[in-house]
Design a protein around this ligand. Sequence first.
Ligand code: MSP
Length: 556
Amino acid sequence: MEGKREEGKWEGHGREEAVRNSAFGRGKGRLSKIFDILPKSVFLDEFSMSKFYITTAIDYVNGSPHLGHAYEKVLTDVIARFRRLMGDDVYFLTGVDEHGQKVQQSAKAKGVPPQQFCDEVAGEFRALCARLAISNNDFIRTTEERHKKVVREILQKLYDKGEIYKAEYKGFYSTRQEQFLQDKDRNPDGTWPEIFGEVTEITESNYFFKLRSYQDWLISHLKENESFVFPRYRQKQVLEFLAEPLNDLCISRPKERLEWGIPLPFDENFVTYVWFDALVNYYSAVVDQPGIWPATFHVIGKDILVPPHAVYWPIMLKAAGIELPKSLLAHGWWSINGSKMSKSTGNFVDPVAFADQYGVDALRYFLIREMSVGQDSDFSQTQFAARYNSELANNLGNLVNRTLNMTNRFAAGVIPAGEVTDEVETELRALWEKTREEVIQLMEGFQFHIALERAFSFITATNAYIEKRAPWKLGKSTEAADLALLRTSLATMAEALRLSTALIQAVMPGTAEKINGVLGHTPTGTWREQLSWGQCLTGQKVAETAILFPRPQTKA
Ligand code: MSP
């Protein structure tokens, strides 16, 4: 009747492996291939508009945040920062989901009132956002009055319109788990699994939302808006789900079974089903600020696409006469040794420990570089350390150190003007132009992992340029031509470093700020202007040293 919200997550509706192999390919793809899978209308039309409202899912507060939650926030933050750089007027919302049985039970287990329990855990999620340099404009909690008020208004409106009715529901109920069960929950021999304890058939009155009467409308909406869900193959999953008749949605829980929720405005003996409450956050957070709704993207994990975000939410909005969000972006799962990371199984990584050990930008870099948006990834400490050492410390960190050391050693710490343009300079500059355009296009299509690979290839090419020019040899010469080449090489490496930094700043904002600082540089103008090769660093005094990616201190 109502999905599986209380006991876990909805599993996707099959065929993941086949789809994964055919649609995106694993890991690296060629640019031409990427445009085949881009949500074309989104890519061409939506990105030219200036208002960009983006949200994350709101996390349950029944446990502390883990790396999966951190990923969603970082991914959304990278998109938000990138869109701001592209000139959009971005509004970025995140927050927490605080009602429902799980939270009520967790608070009870700790022996504290639910509100106090929520305050503590919500504080942890808020702190995580600050720790991860998340640039959200707002943080919503579903226990806030501003939210509850809007949920009540929507419920009342739907009730008055006749979209909500009361009916009896008969089903098997597990008192231990406090949930209705379905036939698929049974053991193969027809008995109920041990975890459910005593199972009895009960009849209960509840309120139902007329989901079914909107099924045909939703199917047409999805067919007309092929890019409603990104990646596109997930839209097919939604349509597959809609191929079966929908049941109306039970949107209430009797107060004697669940107290921790928003009372129905038309019947105080019931509280609102937690998804019906939680989904409204995207709207309640901005309802008083004209011009923000509808959302451009709701960023969510694949487990909560069908049915809550792709079925309940659009139908709730349609029935209430509210504009629909433009798109949903469903990302994959982080796993450890192949099993989904989750707090309840104890199989998780603490993002704060990693940020403390390696630095927050190293964590952000890894999450975005390692996972292809939409696909799953396995988290391994070895892989993290390998990328940290080879890509951050030995490639980017090395370029920063060389630039500072050589500028101090051969030019008294002041970046000289470039004077010569030989083949090596022309090649590096051409590579820059190509890299910049590719990276922007890749980021527009959420192909951040490939975008970072391209940006770091340019950093590798800059280090190779330094090897070719060998300023340490030129510095020993007294020939005027060699000294002009020396100055050129110093100017070129500093400019290439400045540009690379500007290109990756949405992913590594703190690092970008540090690098600009040691180069004596304050970026000005639009991002496009910042990304054009020039001589704006000439005459800047650089710092003596910078330690960006130190050897990690403690073990995460
Ligand atoms: N409260 C609901 C969402 C309501 S949105 C109106 C919920 N909360 S959650 O805490 O379980 O998950 C929050 C988000 O984190 C979801 O988008 C979920 O997919 C994501 N992740 C949770 N575990 C994850 C991984 N192991 N990997 C990546 N993201 C996953 O669902």
